[in-house]
Design a protein around this ligand. Sequence first.
Ligand code: DGL
Length: 274
Amino acid sequence: MKSNQPIGIFDSGIGGLTVARAVKKVLPNESLIYFGDTAHLPYGDKSTAAIQAYSVRIAEMLLKNKCKVILIACNSASSAAYDLVTEYVGKRAKVFDVINPTVDFIRENHSNEKIGLIGTKQTVTGGVYAKKIDQLKQDIEFTSLATPLLVPMIEEGIYDDEISKSIIAKYLNDSNLDGIKSLILGCTHYPIIKNQIADYYHQLNKSVRIIDSAETVALALKSFLEYNQLVNKGGHPSDQFFVSDFTHSFEKTTKIFFNNEVNLTQLPIWDELN
Ligand code: DGL
């Protein structure tokens, strides 16, 4: 691995751009190759076997593009395919997911409390967070809730108004989440509604810390690159954004997730399989 190689980031779609944005913020000199598998969106409702097959194929493409790091910027894919992708990639690149850095963060900062998770059906029913938090052997009470309406809501641009406020309140009011002290945003779309979630608890005078896995993983990646002297010191970083199925609506929606609208290029990696 060399410091001037790019960082590969993938997600089921464009939600992972919140992770790319967090990475760019702490590592502005890195070149990013982003791949959104919009042809197979959403991963949250797919089988584990299907997500594994997609993820390995995308990792192969990112390796061909000489990425030093492959960051799985999707909780559903992290939950279903992290172990398999890590095995497949081997020593050719470092694989990061969004779950392990979050669990490390909890170990260091949030022991002995009740922690909640919201995420897609795949992330919640897959039970990976529950298993890994249990393995910490700390006095943590863990609870989770699938919140499947939030992804389509955000993608429709409904994330800062009365409608989103009531949908968020409906979910957060679920008795499963009663008494939590921290809430993990277990989906890469959710940093977009972080302020609204904070407002919900604020208005009820409840102190609930929000754990943003996009920020946590970006900081873990920065530490890894620094420790291994892999931070890009050269100039002129360039970012590329690919999707497996292009629509103008996806391109327009990138603005929500990356602050700026980015040019998406269609990379039909599934055709090569036929
Ligand atoms: N970005 C995905 C995640 O973090 C959610 C979208 C999907 O279901 O594909 O789980």
